[in-house]
Design a protein around this ligand. Sequence first.
Ligand code: SF4
Ligand code: SF4
Length: 254
Amino acid sequence: MSRYALSIDLERCIGCQACVVACKTGNERPLGGNYIQIRDVVRGTFPNLTGTFVHQRCFHCFDAACVNVCPTGALYKQDGMTAVDADKCSACGYCVDACPFDVPHVVDNRVSKCTACLDLVKDGLPPWCVQTCPSQAIKFGEREKLLADAHARVAAIKPKRPNAQVYGEEPFGGLGMILILPDAPAALGLPENPQPSLALGAWQNVVQPVSIGALGAAIGVTALSFIVARREHNREEALLKAEEEAPHEHPDHA
Ligand code: SF4
Ligand code: SF4
């Protein structure tokens, strides 16, 4: 298996929050550190109302802004998903500003976001949310297969939901969380065409060069100190040698 993904069929989700609870308990999340949030979006006009439960969680962007800015390696890519090593987190919050979907948060000085339960996957088990969903709205597996399934599912619900579509196929190298939408993204509060955050551009254009410049300056200062110290050392050695070689004058001759 080369590239994993999750898929969520929002037409199937019944908003029971079982995935939220399973994720929270399975991953032992503290208060305020949930990886999944579910928004209830109501559309249409009374009495013709339609409700959809939209999941807010990490989209596991293939080219992930959070990974690109993380200076410590706390966020990294594994099998297409965006994995987390919270022990490496320095709580700098760069990922919080860089994520175009407003996903990661820093809780108790550690980055907090969906880890795709890669520790369970390694043991041959699906993520907690997938194990728990009573309506089988969430799947985990090979991305190519999930994408094909998602397109087939959209084709099946199109007669009832003409705006139905697959979300996440292209942006940021392809998302690792594919949504089956019953309506246009904008109607569900999702960006039609997600863009890299402005903070990422600033980070790449300003912070990184400044950091590299600062690193260069630090190296320069270190090198200069070394040269000065070595020159001083050589000068002292030469003086000492000259002193040793010089004929000793008798105090009486002074
Ligand atoms: S959605 Fe945000 S936190 Fe998740 S991989 Fe993309 S940039 Fe990172
Ligand atoms: S706060 Fe985010 S960017 Fe900073 S070290 Fe932690 S994971 Fe990396």
